[in-house]
Design a protein around this ligand. Structure first.
Ligand SMILES: [Zn+2]
Length: 506
């Protein structure tokens, strides 16, 4: 009996360690509200802990393997739970994608003292557990606990079969399942464009600005209470769109959709056509100037451009002390268009966390700002102030770009679209990668030159008439092909913001 007592003690210990370091993180931010809800979540928590016991129990049969692998996995999962605890993130295949496809040399920027302290404590706890484990003389198959463990595993599969996600959306299951889902995703294949394509006869300069993490409702242009767009609000020929919708709330999902024929409804479309490939066929010169390193998910698409310039090679959304977006403009020749028809894409780092790294001292208008990369150490007010300062910087960036384009006096149209929005404490959530309305409503603006205006009166009237309409992020691909007067490649004209459906005559 003494033998079993030790065994029970060990499994209780390891279960508590898993609860504290891993699984509670997935529950802590759930708003409970009622007694009933509290009861349900407490019950849910105890059942999930019971299932952990089942897996750990049989895993510990392989004594050596368990002693080596348990601490490794424990630290790995703890690395995720820290972000769940501190930032209320959800572990999804999208998050795994972001982690795996981000340049590893910048990962060092993610490390902060509380994170290191958390991982060190997890390591100490894991070693302590393994020490206790080595003192057990276990022959698990003969123990009565093995029946309980079998029931626990049975409960896991039974419940997951009935309601998928019940357990697998919580740490540490969520990490394992998200990895699995990520690796099951087909990799992006680009289709070659074979058609004979022609485009607009006239000269046309398209400027595409792909923004980052800018939500529509934080622009004063769209009615935000703070004056976050003081410069852009003075610009003529500029329209802001309030109601853009995208279901893709992380860059690696949204950018491939924006730049190809993929529709927001095509969840698993395997072969995509790059917007740039089509324009090249129509004799456009295509250029990409980026302030973010290229992720696996959109690298191939970007590389269909005639030229690609990345101004700061190791700059990703996870790196903090890097080039500001205004540096992008130095890499473009604004004086003369190198070809008659051009599309130049500026890819910003925009308003991505860590907000303070995105703007200079002159834009620290809303104070106090956050002082820590650790979200839990800042107030909501500080975080929103920091974010709004990035919006102010965006105003300066886009305004500078427009002023340069105005001086050129070309036939120019500029489309700005952010890849997704950001959640700023609504429903107790932060950042993006979630299905929150604040992440799904990115900012979108269109500006055109005087020359463009004279040539396109009816298109412009239409552009302005739809500024309060609901637009999906499908618009970009079709609008650019429409304005380029592409022939020989079929696209959906009705998705174009420049296209007005003819009124049906009665
Ligand atoms: Zn993004």
């Amino acid at each position: 009996m003494k033998k079993y007592k030790k065994e029970i003690q060990f499994h209780l210990l390891i279960n508590i360690c898993i609860a504290v370091f891993l699984s509670i993180a997935s529950y802590i931010h759930i708003p409970l509200g009622t007694v009933k809800a509290t009861f349900i979540y407490v019950a849910h928590f105890f059942i999930i802990q019971f299932t952990f016991f089942g897996f750990i129990y049989f895993f510990s049969m392989f004594k050596r393997l368990f002693s080596v692998l348990f601490p490794i996995f424990f630290i790995l999962f703890a690395g995720f739970s820290f972000w769940e605890y501190s930032q209320n993130i959800t572990i999804t295949p999208g998050l795994i994608q972001t982690i795996l496809e981000t340049n590893s040399s910048i990962a060092v920027d993610l490390i902060n003292p509380p994170y290191v302290a958390y991982l060190l404590s997890a390591l100490i706890v894991a070693i302590f557990c393994i020490k206790r484990f080595s003192r057990l003389e276990n022959n698990v198959l003969k123990s009565p606990l093995s029946i309980l463990a079998m029931i626990a595993i049975g409960v896991f599969f039974l419940v997951e079969n009935q309601r998928s996600g019940t357990f697998s959306r919580r740490n540490p299951y969520s990490v394992i399942f998200s990895y699995k889902k990520y690796f099951q995703q087909p990799s992006l294949k680009l289709k070659k464009v074979k058609e004979n394509i022609t485009g607009i006869k006239d000269s046309l300069e398209i400027i595409l600005v792909v923004g980052e993490t800018l939500r529509a409702d934080h622009l004063s242009l769209n009615g935000y209470r703070r004056n976050t767009s003081p410069l852009l609000s003075q610009q003529d020929n500029l329209t802001s769109y309030k109601n853009l919708y995208t279901p893709f709330t992380f860059s690696s999902g949204s950018i491939p959709q924006l730049l190809t024929d993929k529709s927001i409804l095509d969840k698993n479309k395997k072969e995509l056509i790059s917007l740039f490939s089509i324009l090249k066929k129509a004799n456009f010169h295509t250029k990409w100037i980026g302030n973010q390193s290229l992720e696996k998910s959109f690298k191939n698409i970007v590389n269909t451009n005639d030229s690609v310039v990345i101004i700061d090679k190791f700059h990703s959304v996870f790196s903090f002390i890097k080039e500001k977006d205004i540096e992008l403009l130095k890499h473009h020749n604004f004086n003369k268009t190198p070809a008659k028809k051009t599309i130049t894409t500026f890819h910003m780092v925009g308003s991505h966390w860590y907000y303070n790294s995105r703007y200079g001292a002159a834009f620290k208008k809303f104070v106090p700002i956050t002082e820590s990369k650790h979200v839990g150490s800042s107030t909501k007010e500080q975080l929103i102030n920091s974010y709004d300062n990035t919006v102010l910087y965006f105003d300066y960036f886009l305004n500078s770009l427009i002023n340069r384009l105005k001086k050129e006096n070309n036939n120019t149209v500029l489309i700005y679209v952010s890849d997704h929005g950001e959640t700023l404490g609504e429903d107790d959530k932060w950042f993006h990668g979630n299905d929150h309305r604040t992440s799904q409503n990115p900012a979108m603006l269109v500006w055109y030159s005087e020359k463009f205006k004279t040539k396109n009166h009816s298109k412009i009237a239409h552009l302005q008439s739809i500024k309060n309409d609901s637009i999906s992020s499908n618009f970009l691909f079709h609008s650019i092909l429409d304005i380029s007067e592409i022939k020989g490649f079929s696209y959906k004209k009705e998705e174009s913001i420049f296209y007005k459906k003819k009124e049906e005559s009665n």
